[in-house]
Ligand binder design. Structure first.
Ligand code: R5P
Length: 290
């Protein structure tokens, strides 16, 4: 079953697996409420339900909840939910008194709707997904490595714009047989402002790839790029798994001198140029979900 936020990725998963699609009608009432109706009998059928929580997050979350609930309340079998991008994952704990860990709330809602198991593509953190009892995480580094190897970035220097993102950068570096480093990022919890200082960096004269999980406003990436350029990187390509590109973020990164900007179809928009369909299908097969 393909949700409206993951049409292109869902179609690719169907092509790769040969699975049939369950037709779904969605619409919006004049007052803004969302409506979902399954157009096929799902009694006794197991399904993959693919729906990203990309912007508009709250609408896409509601549609996902309705899809799962419609499937289960109409007699559907096992509901395996694929969440390409998990929204609210950065609020994975209470940072300031009075907040709530929104990520945990999302997990409760999705399970309450009837999800039997959940697969998430590189969610922001492990703590963000701890509320899902039956879950798997899908790593998509291989698809990025494939692109870079096919486009002259073998042995490039891979940098994480934040120490928390270092594991992904290190994995990519190993796959393309390159070097690896990171930038130290500090974010003000009240204002959200970012400052980046040198962590472990040696990009001088090297083709560099700067990779993060999410690009939202582009602030993190642009700050890290300034450091890389100041330290003599010969070229900087920017990559992220989930490209939200809020406002003029894409242009900001381009204007800061990025040679190539990659983002995947976990968030489907005009900038997504890498598909993670193969990674998803491979992971589902490995876990015997297919
Ligand atoms: C934060 O911890 C994430 O990993 C990203 O670095 C962050 O969400 C990027 O946001 P922005 O593009 O607004 O700096």
């Amino acid at each position: 079953m393909i949700g409206p936020a993951s049409r292109s990725l869902g179609e690719k998963i169907c092509l790769l697996t040969g699975l049939e699609k369950i037709s779904v009608q969605t619409k919006e009432f004049p007052d803004g409420e969302a409506y979902v109706r399954l157009l096929e009998d799902v009694k006794g059928v197991d399904a993959l339900i693919v729906q990203s929580l990309s912007p508009p997050q709250d609408r896409n979350l509601m549609l996902l909840l309705q899809l799962i609930s419609a499937f289960k309340t109409n007699g559907g079998g096992v509901a395996s939910v694929i969440i390409p991008y998990m929204a609210y994952a950065r609020q994975d704990k209470v940072f300031l008194p009075g907040e709530t860990a929104s990520a945990h709330l999302i997990a409760k809602m999705i399970e309450a709707a009837g999800a039997d198991r959940v697969a998430l593509v590189e969610p922001h953190s492990e703590s963000a997904i701890q509320g899902f009892k039956n879950r798997i995480v899908i790593d998509v580094t291989r698809s990025f490595a494939k692109f870079y190897l096919e486009n002259g970035f073998e042995n490039a220097y891979v940098v994480a714009p934040d120490k928390n993102a270092a594991a992904r950068a290190k994995k990519l570096a190993e796959m393309i047989k390159g070097g690896f480093g990171w930038v130290e990022k500090v974010r003000d919890k009240e204002t959200g402002g970012i400052s980046s200082t040198e962590g472990e960096l040696n990009p001088a004269g090297r083709k560099t790839i700067l990779i993060d999980d999410i690009i939202s406003t582009g602030g993190t990436i642009v700050e890290a790029m300034k450091l890389l350029k100041a330290k003599g990187a010969s070229q900087v390509s920017v990559a992220c798994v989930h490209g939200l590109f809020v406002g003029n973020a894409y242009d900001k990164i381009r204007n800061a001198g990025a040679s190539i900007i990659l983002s995947s179809d976990t968030v489907e928009n005009q900038y997504s140029n890498i598909s993670v369909a193969e990674d998803i299908v491979r992971a589902l097969k490995e876990k015997n979900w297919l």
